[in-house]
Design a protein around this ligand. Structure first.
Ligand code: FAQ
Length: 309
């Protein structure tokens, strides 16, 4: 006979009670979270690379200090997320190995190059802006450690987003060349930022499970639309043009309509063929190798301390 009594896990999900590390949970839930949280952690760490390239070229001491603080925050988010993922019974070493071996993904957005100072503005404003829309939802997700990590991370992303917009404002108030630099960055980062939200709902293979388990509370397309609707007025307010000739406000739906996204570009980047995929992986592998002595020293120190106490 069919068992009609809901499991404690299902009951908690239905009642909106957070699932905590020691609670029973289906393997599928655990696996989905490990996949998503570790991809998220890898993205934060790889995300330091495009901005890191501009630290020595920031146009003033103030901008340099802000950029360094932002990049450090992203590294911190990565570490925070690895710790949150470890509560699911995997080790940080396993997750990092999966990434370095190319078995785990990271966000498509970080496979595009940052070629001008305006790109620092576009990354903060658009990329962090997109991340906030996605992560504000994840702050309400069913898994306690991920949800709490997101609350804290979103606060920092808010600062990142504002500093990026502030760079764009400064450039748009500047010379013709500076305005063109800002528009060029907008043209290059707009479409990849929309792709960050993942494939269209019809191709989103993980959404069914993730929504059933209240990890995702809104779909990829819903979040993408929210980002579009809130970013277009910000662009217009400072005189930037969205690189989409079919953009149109729809009075009935109260949303902007836009051109079709180039999904073959997205899938190509995810497969490893974006402009910077190889460079990014090379840089992360080198950093891991060069950091070997630091990990060995930290372990030796911890071992010495544990014997002393
Ligand atoms: N890039 O079934 P779905 C940041 C993959 S943090 C690469 O729809 P899902 C901060 C997906 O993994 C940015 N791959 O997947 C910062 C799946 O393949 P799999 C990172 C992607 O999980 C700012 C397949 O496509 N944020 O920016 C992407 O339901 C500035 C089918 O897709 C997060 O990771 C993509 N964009 O939805 C740092 C947030 N999209 O794994 C520095 C957490 C999809 O089955 C500077 N993650 N794929 O082999 C999420 O919310 C979700 O995982 C989505 C994808 C929405 C990204």
């Amino acid at each position: 006979m069919e068992n009609l009594v809901a499991s404690p896990f299902d009951q908690k999900i239905a009642e909106g009670i957070k699932i905590e590390p020691k609670d029973g949970m289906p393997d599928g839930y655990r696996n989905q979270l490990v996949r998503m949280m570790s991809q998220h952690a890898h993205s934060e760490v790889v995300g330091m690379l495009p901005e890191g390239a501009w630290v020595t070229r920031a146009p003033s001491l103030k901008r340099k200090a802000i950029l360094i603080a932002k990049i450090q925050d992203e590294g911190g988010h990565g570490l925070y997320l690895y710790s949150a993922a470890e509560t699911l019974g995997v080790t940080r070493e396993e997750l990092i190995d999966q990434f370095l071996e190319g078995k785990a993904k990271y966000s498509s957005i970080f496979n595009y190059p940052a070629v001008s100072w305006a790109d620092m503005g576009a990354i903060g404003w658009l990329v962090d802006g997109a991340a906030i829309v996605n992560q504000t939802m994840l702050a309400k997700c069913s898994y306690g450690p991920y949800s709490r990590a997101m609350i804290r991370i979103c606060k920092e992303e808010g600062f990142h987003n504002k500093q990026g917009y502030d760079i764009m404002i400064a450039l748009m108030r500047g010379t013709k060349e500076q305005q063109e630099m800002a528009q060029d960055a907008m043209n290059r980062w707009w479409w990849p930022s929309l792709m960050m939200f993942g494939p269209p709902d019809k191709d989103s293979i993980n959404s069914g499970d993730l929504m059933k388990w209240k990890v995702k509370l809104q779909s990829n397309d819903e979040l993408r639309q929210r980002f579009i609707d809130r970013t277009i007025p910000q662009a217009e307010a400072i005189g930037l043009r969205i690189p989409d000739d079919n953009l149109k406000w729809n009075e009935t739906t109260q949303h902007f309509e836009h051109s079709e996204i180039n999904w073959s570009e997205f899938f190509d980047v995810v497969k490893g063929n974006g402009p910077c995929n190889r460079d990014r992986m090379k840089a992360r592998r080198a950093a891991h190798q060069n950091g070997e002595w630091v990990r060995a020293a930290a372990l030796a120190y911890a071992d010495k301390n544990s014997k002393r106490n």
